[in-house]
Design a protein around this ligand. Sequence first.
Ligand code: DGT
Ligand code: CA
Ligand code: CA
Ligand code: ZN
Length: 588
Amino acid sequence: MKEVHNTDIAKILHEIALYLEMQSVPFKPRAYEKVAEVIEGLAEPVADIYSRGGLAALKDIPGVGASIAEKIEEFLTKGKVAEHEALKKKTPVDLESFAGIEGVGPKSILKLYRELGIKNAGELEKAAKAGKVREVEGFGAKKEEGILAGIEFMRRSAGRLLISEAMPHVRALEARLREVPGVEKVIVAGSARRRKETIGDIDILAIAKEPARLMEYFVGMKGVERVHAHGPTKSSVRLSLGLDADLRVVPAESYGAALNYFTGSKDHNVALRQIAIKKGLKLNEYGLFETRGTTRTGRGQTQKEKMVAGKTEEEVYKVLGLDYIEPELRENTGEIEATLRHSLPELITYDALQGDLQMHSNWTDGKFSIEEMAKGAAARGLKYIAITDHTKRLAMTHGLDEKRIQMQWKEIDAVNKKLKGTVAVLKGTECDILKDGTLDFPDEILAKLDIAGVSVHSYFNLPREAQTERIVRAMRNPHADILFHPTGRIVGKRDPYDVDMEELIRAANKTGTCLEVDAFDRLDLKDEYVRKCVEAGVKFAIDSDAHAPAHFGYLEYGIAQARRGWAAKEDVINAWPLDEMLKFLKRN
Ligand code: DGT
Ligand code: CA
Ligand code: CA
Ligand code: ZN
């Protein structure tokens, strides 16, 4: 049986959901989506669950009923699912190629296929450029323009993977390589170690007793699509994941120097090397060397080199006269100057969050109940969460109006009673900011909430000044606690709207509003704005924006973004105990 990853299973279920949605089948798409989300978040391979307990064990996975369990079994044993094949035959489109294009959902795909015979993103681009898409009923010139922009954006970011997509694979790869006999150490360096928002390729370092054996395994392992190079200590492959991976075996005494070199960034490395030179030292991937004193030999001048550091990174920084610098800071944007003054902040740690202040439930576009979300949060060690469903203007999410949100409060009260002592559920909202900067709920409702997030989901094209003014007006509402995803960007899918971030940070300062790092695929605030907040003393939250319990895992990437913005625990309100956080928001 071919090795089947959970992501493969999730993908096929997700595709079935999309095809069913095209056919306007009720309810079923949601059930498939839900299971896809659950499986993506499972730590144990579904293949293992199945070999352990068969079909019955599959049915124990939350959300999996008899019919979906059979589909999963079919996929595990046959590598395909008959219903998926049949649906695909009916609408033979390449769903994957459309996946990255903002605003092109299953219904649009079906219409474009029926009307214009479009089967993939390339054909869609051609038709849009020829002005054919605007002719299709329900599309129009504006939507056609949006589609072209979406395709262009996808192309610009092609070849790089979002950190949250890459890291699970990076970790699995590390774990597999560590199992190879004779391997002592394996670590992924490069942009993945610096937790950059996108990853261009995976740079792996290893210490191994039998490098050849490790290389043999690496080039032949599952998931390798092409071998670019296969050498005794360095190999390079293309992964089916869509990224290249390089593996280098380095001597143990050079491990720290190599790790430092291949972690980068390049600019950070260059700056370190200059510091070394000033001290009369030489730094490269093999170590830090004393080069004073040259000797003449028969062949000319060679430098006598004595290694003074290289086994660990800490040692390399120390001998250079620097404090250790966390990988997330290594971008040469002042971290070296700061460490010389011993003024680097103590970064927020990956286990520091006590709460999560943005998530959605099945009251709107989430797929899970408030209780399921709360239990999921508790399982991750969170002490409090805010349910922040959308508001009525976002009709396609079934946004809450005044009546429904008050009904939701009753359910939250009940869940709190039931889960008392494990996790506290706050009454929140992701209240839509309307075009003029007023809010989608009246003040009476906002005042009764525990926490109110406000955010923009419309009129992305307003001129900079109007957009800024609109958002500042929303922040001035005394009940607005947090500005969610402040720039509206989605990494790899949508550019930020044109807004004066410096002005928003000033307004945050003046109004006492917090900003947010949305840890989902938005990573918004991004690192450079986090740093501006930190400098201005503006507090922010790091939220998952979860639509399923599996999404709490994304918090890690929000923390990474905050660390890249030099944030400490003191800067992040949901790293504080609940009462302190509420006191700060003047909400208790
Ligand atoms: P990526 O892969 O585009 O997401 O970004 P990185 O930072 O992983 O860059 P990559 O894979 O080209 O190189 C990995 C590290 O190797 C990089 O962060 C620093 C180091 N490196 C690469 N080329 C050079 C170079 O020309 N000079 C120096 N000093 N270091 C380099
Ligand atoms: Ca890289
Ligand atoms: Ca590389
Ligand atoms: Zn939102």
